[in-house]
Ligand binder design. Sequence first.
Ligand SMILES: Cc1cc2nc3c(=O)[nH]c(=O)nc-3n(C[C@H](O)[C@H](O)[C@H](O)COP(=O)(O)OP(=O)(O)OC[C@H]3O[C@@H](n4cnc5c(N)ncnc54)[C@H](O)[C@@H]3O)c2cc1C
Length: 430
Amino acid sequence: MKYDLIVVGGGPGGLMAAKTAAEDGLKVVLIERKKNIAEITRACLSVFYIRKVTASPEVEEGKTHADGYIEPVSVELLPDKCRFHFPGPGFSLDYDGSYAPYYHWIDMSPSGYLIHRHKPNDKIWALFYDKEVFLAGLLSLAQKAGAEVLPETIGMGAENTPDGVKVRVRGKSGEQTLEARTAIAADGVSSIIVDSLGLNKDRKVMTPVVKILAYEIEGVETNLPPFSFLWISIPSLSPMPFGLGIAGMDRVLLFTMLSGTLSPTAVMDNFMKHPNFAPWFRNARIVKKTAAGADVGLRTPIREPVAGNVVIVGDAGAPVETWIQGALACGYMGVKAIEKELNGQKGYPEYIDWWQKAFAFNDPHYWKIATVYPLNQICTDEELDYIYSLFQGRVGCAMGLIEKNLELIKKGRPELYERLIKTKPPEAGS
Ligand SMILES: Cc1cc2nc3c(=O)[nH]c(=O)nc-3n(C[C@H](O)[C@H](O)[C@H](O)COP(=O)(O)OP(=O)(O)OC[C@H]3O[C@@H](n4cnc5c(N)ncnc54)[C@H](O)[C@@H]3O)c2cc1C
C-alpha cells in the first residue's frame, strides 16, 4: 500500500494526527477541502483554556465548566513563545504567535447584573491566541516530517476493506480512490466520513439546528475590564446568550448562536442597537465575519469512535466541539492507537477508553447542565435580571447557582420556580 494512514480534514485534529504520524515514520497523506489550510473560515473564539475544568454542574471556585476536553492542559509563557503542555497524552507544542490573557469570565443579564465564574482579578483562565498562526505551525511541522498534503481535496466517503481502508476523494483533477492501511476522520462536525461509515445511526439529535455568526470588531468602547469574556443574556433578542470576548481593548469578538428561523445578522444588529449596549458600538467597525453550524442539531457523541480501520478524532465524533485542545489530543492519541494496531497490539480499545473519559460530553452531568435551564427561553428580560441580582457578586456559573439555590427562587418568585423545574434534561442516550 502507498500509505499507512489517510487523514481526512486539516483542522487541529487532522494536522496533529498528520504531524504525529509523519514524525513517527508512517507514510501519511492529509486531505483538506480548503485551499489555504490554516485559514479559519468556521467561527471560533480562539480561547485556549488553561484553568482546571470540570463536567460537573456544581461549578466550584477555580474550575471552569467545560463542554469539551477535561484533561489538564497548561501553558508555559516563555520570552519568545508559549509552550502548551498536554500531560495526559504526553506531548507539548510550541506557539510563537500573538496572544492576550483572559482574566475575567462573566455572565451578564440585560440590565448589567454580573456573575463572575472566577474571582475577579484572579489568575489567567485562558489565552486568546491566533489560531491561524497556530495551525500554520502544525502544518509546517507535518510537512517537514514528510506528510503529503492535498489541499482542495474533499473526502467523499470511507469503506473498510479486509486489509485496510478506501477513501473516495474529489480534487481539482476529478475523483479518485485512495487506499491505506488505516484512516483518520478529522473532518469536523457533520463529518461525511463518519456518516459514510454508518456511525450516525445510533446518535440522538438533542437540539434544533444551531446557526452561529461571529464578528471581529475594532473600536468597541465598554466600561468592562479588558481581558474579559462575557455571556450576555437578553431573552427578548435571542433564545441563546451573546458571547463577547474582549482580548485587550483593540480587538473584540462578538458572536451569537441561534436556532429556528431568526436571522443571525438581524439578531446581531439588534444587539448592537439595544439601548443598554449601543454606546459600546458607537465607533465600532466590523473587520471580519465568520459563521458556523451543523447540518442537524447537536448530536450525542459517538460512544466508540473507531470503525474497522478508521479512527474518528475531534469534532467529527463530538456533539459540537472537542475544543482545539481536545482535537489536538485526539489526533495524537488516534495515531498512537493506530501505531499499536499496526504492530499487532490492541490500540483501539485504549483509544475508546481514553475518549470516553477525556471529554465532558461523555459525562451525563454535561447533558444535565447543557440542556436544563435554557434561561433565555424560560425567562423574560426582567426575570433574568431578578435571578442575576440574587447572585450578583457570587462566584459560579448562573446555571450551577440556580441548581444550588432553587429554594431562594421559590420563595421570591414561585411561578418562575415552577417554570424552571419543569425543564428536565432529556436522556443523553448512547
Ligand atoms: C462558534 C465556535 C466557537 C468556538 N470557540 C472555541 C474556542 O474559543 N476554543 C476552543 O478550544 N474551541 C473552540 N471551538 C471549537 C473548536 O473550533 C473545535 O472543537 C476544533 O476546531 C475541532 O477541531 P477538528 O480538527 O476536530 O475540526 P475542525 O476544526 O472543524 O476541522 C475540520 C477540518 O476538516 C475540513 N473538512 C471538512 N469536511 C471535509 C471533507 N469532507 N474533506 C476534506 N476536508 C474536510 C474542514 O475544512 C476543516 O479544516 C469553537 C467552535 C465554535 C463553533
